[in-house]
Write a protein that binds this ligand. Sequence first.
Ligand code: 13P
Ligand code: SF4
Length: 321
Amino acid sequence: MSYDIAADIQRLKKEKNAVILAHYYEDGDIQDIADYVGDSFYLAKMGQQVQQDTILLAGVVFMAESVKILNPTKTVLVPDMEASCSLVKGAPYDQYLAWRRQHPDGIAVTYINSSAEVKSISDVIITSSNAQQIVESIPKDRKILFGPDQHLGRWLMKKLNREFVLWPGACEVHVLFNARKLHELIAQHPDAVVIAHPECDESVLQYASVAGSTSRLLEEVQKNPAKKFIVATETGIFHQMQKLRPDVTLIQAPVLDAGCSCNNCPYMKMNNMEKIKHALETFQPQVGLDEALRLKAKVSLDRMMDITSGKPVSWPAEFTV
Ligand code: 13P
Ligand code: SF4
């Protein structure tokens, strides 16, 4: 009989009183052994709510850090500590701090795709599924510093008719989708609905009938009666899309170099079933955060949670760090 690693992981989860949270960009086999699968906001919320002692976050490290910040008594495991994100790498703490200091009157609205250190000098965290609600809660006369994803920031500025000071970061996966090639693909498939993640460049987003978080894109595929979708986001999400709508054709949005597999996030794809099993067996690698840093980073994450649950929040008048 062939070895069933999924069964082994299920057994370990019970034995170790662990729960697995997975992002939509993980491989299908990982999504299928997870207890909860979702976008980055959903994973942060579930990380706060689950009862088990140990949380294994199959996603990228900033997602696991967010869970640890919000729920510090849990043991938080990741399959691979190297699973970073180009947005995290492109926003080093020292440079972000210098940028903030240049605009002390600004409110720092920071994408969850950031390090705990950058969160600790931010006023509020957003994800693509709650960004609009959060920015709308900031008084119109306040300056907004938005980072680290410039494309998400530009998409929001347009949507909300508001100016931000943008940090020049980008997702190395989503910026590779190519507008000219997409234009050609649409001509070949005029019946397809184009959906895109707002981390894409605006030249690509202009073709999308729906732009939104991974959960929003999934919802569109589930509810839209169309039979064909061109999808401008990471390919891992095709697994849930096809599960929900086995009757539809999903076409990957094109990148310039047709030969590459650049629609895959190299960080998300560092995770695999063997590493998950190993993490549950050994309780390594574990996310650990200095308590003073955790408490500072929690302020901005708490504001996100408060606004999205309808609680009133106040904004600092000035950045003083
Ligand atoms: P979502 O919050 O939409 O899941 O996005 C996370 C992400 O990393 C997109 O690249
Ligand atoms: Fe970061 Fe892009 Fe990967 Fe999302 S897809 S985790 S933004 S590198």
